[in-house]
Each structure stands twice: as structure tokens, then as C-alpha cells.
Design a binder for this molecule. Structure first.
Ligand code: 7TS
Length: 414
């Protein structure tokens, strides 16, 4: 039997699709190592949005004229692309949002306020981004539910052994976790968490903001109940995202935003809700951005998510190898095979903001800060880290420039 050959990602060819790499930063070529914050945009996405606005734009779900019908078709075709991207069983389960943060707030407010109360437990993890931590903390306080945080071990992996202890203080009703940690890159065992959550009678809410750009996200295989992602992290425009939810849960829960398009009928006595997914899409949506997001999903699907994951893994191994040569560096996170293309580190005695500033003079863009994961920073015993993150267009030379830049940081500030 022929052994299938794994297609290798041609990052240099893809890089040519991204106009931003024509920019010089402080007279140097751009080394963009901040894709975990937001990914750069290929010409294909920019062109698709321009072409849509130039030929097919009108508001959606209200007009009968030709242009309005064209716009409706493009918007609903994008929903079908998004459905395929996360392997949902129906486009009715695909809610367009403004991004992962809005999707997670939607679930916390709409599902949480209707289903949580005293005696219930809301469980998040120490790895979660604030956008999947703070809404649940807030809704737990509002409803009288207990709020618990699943700890991580020293390697940055969730301590699954502690799960049963978490259910001691009440009935676990919701487990919220990210699929990939934005700070450490840890890939979390979502299927196992789904199994445990369902054994408790709880739902699992997955924040896939950091996973969707880098690994295959299959909501049916994961066994989760809700999953949120952002367009801008997968080479699409800002201001768009997807919330996927199980149909029966979406049907049963009340709406989040209220207003136009999400109603069936309105009177002073009674208002009823539109069918899925429109019940959750109040007001004029981000139509052009949704069209751009669908193009981005097609772009990265064509590059191949498995090939992207392998490419990032190679860069990560190269980065961990080269970074470990830098004296006084502390690297955070699990072993390379357990994480996506993200590396967080600190240099002894030098603040991450100073590290990022000196790197910028070298044309190297990294993020410094708490990365919206303050509970994780507390666990690591630091206020901030410097973080480098990779994507389809990242090349080993950028890692080498990061390492050379860090030697310069040490010479000027160490
Ligand atoms: N969840 C995770 C895991 C994230 O990494 C982010 C953004 C969000 C949610 C929020 O996504 P948004 O599109 O709604 O803003 N993370 C980062 C980051 O790591 N650096 O800048 C933004």
C-alpha cells in the first residue's frame, strides 16, 4: 500500500500573498511574530472584500432587489463555508458574531443567565483568556453559582486529576476552556473535557480563537456544545467571527442582542423570536467582513490545516532550540509536541516591554504583556512575558532575527 505523502507548506510562496511583507520597519524587512494577536491578510481576502463591495453590496435579509439578493447569497454562502470549516451538521448552528469575545459573551449571558443558579458550579481553567474567564466569573456572580478554576501543572498543562475535586462544591453546569492557549500554546484535551463535562450533566464551551487558525476544528469530533472563533486570527478581517452551538441548546436559550432581524413578530403585548441562526444576529451584521472571513477560511483550508500545524511545529522546534542558546532566558510552556506555534519567554532582569521595544528597532514584531491571561501570569509568578507566535507565512529567518535581536537586547539592557 502506498504511504500517503504529507504535503509540506510552502511558506515562502504563501508569504508572497501578503502585501504587508513589502513594508520596511526601521529600514528593515518586517519579521512578524505576533500572529497570535492577529494574523496578516492575504491579497485574496482583500480582493474578495473589494470585489464584494464593488459589485454585490447591500444590506442583508431585507431587500428583494437584485443587489440585495446578491448580498444575501454571498452572506449565506459564507455561512456554508463556515459550517464546513468547523464541520457543523447544519448552517443554522452557525451564528456570525463580531469575534470570539462576542461569541463567548453571548453564551455566558444567554445560556448562563437562563441556566445557572445557587448550587451550580461554573468551571474555567487557569489557561483561559480573559474573554472566556471574565464573562463566566461575572455571570456566576450574577446567578449565585460557584466559580472554580481548574489549575495547570508546572509544564502548563491542565491538571485533569483535579477535575473531580472541582465538582465537590456543587453541580457542574458549564466547563469553559480554550482549545489552544494563546500564551503558552498548550493544546488542551477538549474531547476528554467534553466527556467529563457530559458525565456531570454540564456543557462544554470551547474558545477556539487560537485553535481555528492552526489546527483542524471539528465540532462533532470534539464533542463540545459551543465553540467560538475570530476571523482576524485566521487571516480574515477584524469585526467578524463564528459562534457554533448545538441546535437544541440554541433553540432553547433566549436571545442575547435584541433588535432588528432577530424577531418574528413584535407588538406591545408580545415579541417572538426569529428562527436560527437569525435569532442571534440582531441588527445589520458585518456583511463585508463575513465575506472576507469566508475567503480567509478557504485560503487557509487550501493551504491545509495539517500542513500549517506541521509547519508551525518545525518553526517552534527551531525557535526553542535557538532561544535556549540565549543566556538568562526562561521559556514557558509544555513540550513542543503538546503545543501550537507560540513561545513565551522572559529575559532575567529585563522587562518584556523593553525587550519588545528593542526588537521593534530590528523590525521584529512580538507581543509583550499579560496576553489577557492574568490568572496564568500569577501562576507563572510573573507580571508579563514576551511572546513570539507563528503562522502560514512565518519563516525560520524570522526566528533567527528574533534570537539575534535578543542578543542585542542583552547587550544594550542586560
Ligand atoms: N480567546 C483566545 C484564546 C485569544 O487568544 C483571544 C485573543 C481571544 C479569545 C479574544 O479574541 P477576539 O478576537 O475576540 O479579541 N488573543 C489575543 C492575544 O493573545 N493577543 O492579542 C489578542
Amino acid at each position: 500500500m502506498a504511504v500517503p505523502t504529507q504535503v509540506k507548506l510552502d511558506a515562502r510562496r504563501l508569504r508572497a500573498d501578503f502585501p504587508i511583507f513589502g513594508e520596511q520597519i526601521h529600514s528593515k524587512p518586517l519579521a512578524y511574530l505576533d500572529s497570535a494577536s492577529s494574523a496578516q491578510k492575504p491579497r485574496q481576502v482583500l480582493d474578495a472584500m473589494r470585489e464584494f463591495y464593488e459589485t454585490s453590496y447591500a444590506n442583508v435579509h431585507r431587500g428583494v432587489y437584485t443587489l440585495a439578493v446578491r448580498s444575501d447569497e454571498r452572506y449565506e454562502a459564507a455561512r456554508e463555508t463556515a459550517r464546513g470549516f468547523v464541520n457543523a451538521s447544519s448552517p443554522r448552528e452557525i451564528i456570525f458574531t463580531r469575534g470570539a469575545t462576542e461569541g463567548l459573551n453571548l453564551v455566558a449571558y444567554a445560556w448562563g443567565l437562563a441556566n445557572l443558579g445557587p448550587g451550580d458550579v461554573v468551571l474555567v481553567t487557569e489557561l483561559d483568556h480573559h474573554s472566556n474567564f471574565v464573562p463566566w466569573q461575572f455571570i456566576a456572580q450574577r446567578t449565585g453559582a460557584a466559580f472554580r478554576v481548574l489549575p495547570i501543572d508546572d509544564a502548563g498543562e491542565l491538571q485533569l486529576d483535579a477535575l473531580d475535586e472541582m465538582s465537590a462544591s456543587g453541580t457542574v453546569k458549564v466547563v469553559a476552556c480554550n482549545f489552544v492557549s494563546n500564551t503558552l500554546g498548550t493544546i488542551n484535551p477538549v474531547e476528554r473535557l467534553a466527556g467529563w463535562a457530559h458525565d456531570q450533566g454540564a456543557i462544554l464551551v470551547v474558545d477556539a480563537a487560537q485553535a481555528a487558525p492552526h489546527v483542524v476544528v471539528d465540532v462533532q469530533a470534539l464533542g463540545c456544545d459551543f465553540l467560538a472563533l475570530s476571523s482576524h486570527k485566521l487571516c480574515g478581517p477584524t469585526g467578524a467571527g463564528v459562534l457554533w452551538g448545538r441546535r437544541e441548546l440554541l433553540e432553547a436559550m433566549p436571545p442575547f442582542n435584541l433588535g432588528g432581524s432577530m424577531i418574528r413578530s413584535v407588538s406591545a403585548a408580545k415579541t417572538t423570536w426569529n428562527e436560527l441562526p437569525y435569532k442571534f444576529e440582531a441588527g445589520t451584521p458585518a456583511i463585508g467582513e463575513v465575506v472576507g472571513m469566508a475567503e480567509a477560511m478557504s485560503y487557509i483550508s487550501a493551504a491545509g490545516l495539517d500542513a500549517i500545524a506541521r509547519h508551525e511545529h518545525e518553526l517552534l522546534e527551531h525557535a526553542l532550540d535557538r532561544l535556549s542558546e540565549v543566556p538568562g532566558i526562561t521559556l514557558y510552556g509544555p513540550s513542543p509536541e503538546r503545543r501550537a506555534g507560540i513561545v513565551s519567554f522572559n529575559l532575567d532582569g529585563i522587562h518584556p516591554h523593553d525587550v519588545a521595544q528593542v526588537l521593534d528597532w530590528e523590525g521584529v514584531a512580538v507581543r509583550a504583556g499579560h496576553h489577557c491571561t492574568q490568572p496564568l501570569m500569577t501562576k507563572l509568578g510573573v507580571a508579563a512575558t514576551t511572546r513570539a507566535s507563528f503562522y502560514v507565512y512565518s519563516i525560520p529567518e524570522e526566528v533567527d532575527r528574533l534570537v539575534a535581536g535578543l542578543h542585542k537586547v542583552k547587550r544594550s539592557l542586560g
